[in-house]
Design a protein around this ligand. Structure first.
Ligand code: TXA
Ligand code: MG
Length: 316
């Protein structure tokens, strides 16, 4: 056990990074678990703290466009157009790795994911660190990503040096990951930026298939993900849900009987559903829920990423 410092001071949190330690910090998507991306032993501590498989690469977070070249060696035209529109934002671009970033960050791959979070505290923190910040989501591997600092503490208290406290994150699902090393951008993970938004600037953007080559390209998809302890079941509506104890519901149908579920969340729109999903999973586990019923949504806009995360939770 190490003492985990809770602070709202960006400068205090950044000093830990400059000392080679690991710090959880907010972004617009989910909380990240950061370390100096140029410091191999600091990055090693990220993998240990969250028990992450070492073959799963990390994203490098930057705060200024001039930092792009610290992480990557070249930016093809289509990637430049995506950057111009979505940096800062919930989009991670996979590009050729600059050897300045040690191999451990990219799990030995010749590529590296980079992202500029659209969040004032995250940007101030990265600037105060004065180095690119390598960071996966700040959960123990396999658990839902944390969207509140309390959930970071639940998973990592005593395992990391510091938590930079801030408000709950406002996207609630992770960034879109897009491989920009080939002729067309390939979406490896759906997320905060939708494929339609990307196609407006790069019409040739495609979704990765589910074959072997796609799995090799996106190492993270091999691993178990986003799973609460409770069983997760997808339903179209409330009428499909058996009347049983130990259940919870998240979706759009207001329940006529408030005593039916241990926990229920009726979202006002898709964005509210996405923002709340991971925290709802955690609340259900804390309350001992046995089965979480999630209402299916159309795979439009953020709905694509939402269904992806729910389906992974079902499989997990
Ligand atoms: O929104 C987010 O992306 C959050 C915040 C903290 O930025 N981060 C996050 O990181 O979700 P993580 O490590 O939980 O997920 C990163 C995903 C993994 O599936 C990983 O395999 C993939 O991105 N990835 C990272 N670098 C890659 C690379 N060079 N090639 C292919 N996939 C990569
Ligand atoms: Mg993660």
């Amino acid at each position: 056990m190490i003492p985990t410092v809770l602070t709202s001071s960006v400068d205090r949190a950044a000093r830990f990074i400059r000392a080679g330690r690991v710090v959880a910090f907010p972004t617009e998507t989910v909380y990240g678990l950061g370390a100096d991306a140029t410091n191999e032993s600091a990055v090693q501590e990220i993998f240990e703290a969250k028990r992450r498989p070492v073959d799963n690469p990390l994203i490098v977070h930057i705060a200024d466009m001039t930092d792009v070249e610290k992480a990557v060696t070249s930016v093809p035209d289509h990637a430049r157009r995506l950057m111009d529109l979505f940096f800062p934002g919930p989009l991670t671009l996979v590009l050729p790795r600059n050897p300045h970033i040690p191999e451990i960050v990219s799990a030995g791959l010749p590529t590296i994911g980079i992202r500029m979070p659209d969040h004032p505290t995250a940007l101030a923190f990265i600037r105060a660190c004065r180095v690119p910040v390598a960071a996966p989501s700040a959960n123990v591997s396999g658990r839902p990503s944390p969207t509140t600092w309390e959930s970071v503490q639940e998973d990592l208290d005593g395992r990391i040096a510091c938590i930079l406290k801030d408000d709950p994150t406002h996207v609630g699902l992770e960034s879109t990951v897009v491989d920009c090393t080939g002729e067309h951008p390939i979406v490896l993970r759906t997320g905060g930026v939708t494929i339609d938004q990307m196609r407006e600037v790069v019409p040739g953007t495609v979704m990765s298939g589910s074959g072997d080559s796609a799995l090799r390209r996106s190492p993270g998809t091999r691993h178990r993900h986003y799973s609460p302890v409770a069983r997760v079941v997808i339903v179209d509506g409330l009428s499909e849900i058996p009347l049983a104890s130990g259940t919870a519901f998240i979706g759009f149908s207001a329940d006529p009987d408030p005593n039916r579920f241990i926990k229920a969340f009726n979202a006002s729109d898709l964005g509210a559903y996405a923002r709340r999903l991971f925290e709802f999973f955690r609340e259900c586990d804390r309350a001992g829920v046995e089965t979480i019923y999630c209402q299916r949504v159309p795979r439009k806009g953020i709905g694509a990423a939402l269904m992806d995360r729910i389906e992974r939770a079902v499989a997990g």
